[in-house]
Design a protein around this ligand. Structure first.
Ligand code: TAP
Length: 473
């Protein structure tokens, strides 16, 4: 049982000014695994004041100093590897291999990328008629979700440090402990006091407080569209800059020359990795009509290669959903899907032998219409939809017929057609034939998937203001 009832403010762990706590549930056992403080507005205010006091020194720190801090964070992060993997398996329910290969590595990747990006980054540029200066945006408020406990926090913190912007972080209350380990790592990196602050608490108090705080200049939020909308409205009161990384309903377009097995594996890994709780997950699979039968057969054949179960057990690919609420949401979408389309595999209820824990059955619908609810709304669970097409242009049109535009996937061999599809999908990130992730590739959405970009050089730019100086001596 972890009772971590302190916030990290102004370089030290401090008691909360309130006495309320929030329980953190292990989704695989349904047991309370620990408690955090439910922070108050007073706690938040202290953290904002600390960040504001750190601003003059932190924003004027040199590139070399920032690189040194980031390097120390990388060392500290690597030293806590086993602990980070362990805690993400408990708080999120991620299988140990997923905690290591995805969560741990992505978190680390952002710090390493920030060092690389910073090495070549120019904060001052002679543009002929003027000099362009890039300066820290001010105090940043970071609000993160539970689905990638280290990745979501690291990408924001790494960019903020690279830009010299002091931060106040509010991690998701479902998965706060990995972020607290990160705070300990940052504590040891020797940043100026107040440059990094962490206040735990509810979205309604701390998240809301960050969005409306008059002394916060920029809010970087990742999470649901509805909370993103609330944050934008609140932030409008003080005209603060806002970056939103919201949801998606990403298409996977399979070309008719694609290898059926590759296509089926891609479709499955998109909903089985992190139990489908991935904002960029490809959850609408566009298949040529001629491939329908062989594709469906492959899906059914390959599904057992993604075993669902206890995240601590060897060989498990997919753990439970993060919470009972999330399980209920996923169930209600599966019920809707059973009315709207043909169930290929899965369905409502829990998988056999998994009665304790928020486990859902991997569920794939076929004969899906692109305008059905299950093809339009983000489900955030192990649920996919198969949609057939006759002409590739129809597939592209359907792929773009969504309010979202976070990501897109293409599977196929014809290089011209693959490039054509990649440039036609209206989304911020396209992955062709399961190419590896480049941490310097900007991440963020078109349309209602968000505003702004994270990761690498573009991520650093979010924490900067630009100033044009005319007549610089
Ligand atoms: P959200 O409610 O959006 O939570 C994300 C973060 O925002 C958490 O830190 C949360 O705090 C905080 N928050 C909640 N209400 C807030 C408010 N009024 N003002 C400011 N911050 C607030 O996500 P969720 O409830 O965890 O998940 C709901 C749905 O969101 C999911 O089903 C999924 O569709 C979507 N989602 C999307 C993403 C991405 S990456 N796009 C990630 C997670 C979830 P608490 O932790 O204290 O609630």
């Amino acid at each position: 049982m972890r009772n971590q009832l302190k916030h990290y403010i102004n370089g030290e762990w401090m008691e909360s000014t309130g006495s309320e706590t929030i329980e953190v549930i292990n989704p695989a056992t349904e047991e309370v695994m620990g408690k955090i403080s439910s922070g108050t507005e007073e706690d938040l205010d202290k953290a904002v004041k600390a960040a504001r006091s750190a601003f003059p020194i932190f924003s004027r720190s040199t590139k070399e100093e920032r690189i040194q801090w980031l390097e120390k964070i990388v060392q500290g992060y690597e030293a806590r590897k086993e602990e980070l993997i362990d805690i993400m398996t408990d708080e999120l329910g991620a299988p140990l291999s997923v905690s290591e290969e995805i969560h741990y590595h992505m978190g680390l990747g952002h710090f390493k990328q920030a060092i690389e990006s910073l090495s070549d980054f120019s904060f001052s540029e002679d543009r002929g008629g003027h000099t362009l200066l890039k300066e820290s945006v001010g105090v940043s408020g970071l609000i993160t979700p539970w689905n990638f406990p280290t990745n979501q926090v690291s990408t924001k913190i790494a960019s903020a440090i690279a830009a010299g912007s002091p931060v106040v972080l509010k991690p998701a209350s479902k998965t706060p402990f990995a972020a607290m380990i990160l705070a300990e790592v940052i504590d040891e990196a020797g940043l100026p006091k107040g440059a990094f602050n962490l206040v735990n608490g509810s979205g309604s108090v701390i998240g809301n407080g960050i969005s409306s705080h008059p002394d916060i200049d920029f809010v970087s939020f990742t999470g649901s569209g509805s909370v993103g909308e609330t944050i934008m409205k609140k932030a409008a009161e003080t005209k603060k800059k806002v970056a939103l990384e919201l949801g998606g309903k990403s298409p996977i377009i399979v070309l008719d020359d694609a290898n059926v097995e590759d296509a089926a594996k891609t479709a499955l890994s998109n909903i089985m990795t992190n139990t489908g709780q991935v904002c960029s997950a490809g959850t609408r699979v566009f298949i040529p009509q001629s491939m329908k039968e062989s594709f469906e057969k492959k899906i059914v054949e390959l599904l057992p290669t993604f075993p669902v179960g206890d995240p601590r057990k060897e060989g498990i690919a997919t753990g439970p959903l993060v919470s009972e609420d999330q399980w209920d949401t996923v169930q209600s979408y599966i019920e809707k899907g059973e009315k709207e389309a043909t169930l290929l595999v899965g369905g409502t209820g829990k998988p056999e032998g998994l009665k304790t824990g928020y486990y859902a059955k991997p569920t794939i619908f076929t004969d899906v219409s692109n305008d059905s609810v299950i093809a339009q709304e983000e489900i955030f669970g192990p649920v996919s939809t198969i949609i057939t097409y006759d002409e590739l242009e129809d597939a592209i049109e359907m792929a773009n017929d969504t309010v979202y535009g976070l990501a897109g996937f293409v599977i196929g061999k014809d290089t011209e057609l693959v490039s054509h599809v990649a440039s036609s999908i209206k989304a911020g990130r396209i992955v062709i034939n399961n190419a590896d992730t480049d941490f310097n590739g900007p991440f963020g959405g078109y349309k209602q998937s968000g505003i702004g970009r994270e990761w690498g050089d573009f991520g650093i730019e979010e924490y900067l203001e630009v100033k044009s100086v005319h007549g610089m001596p």
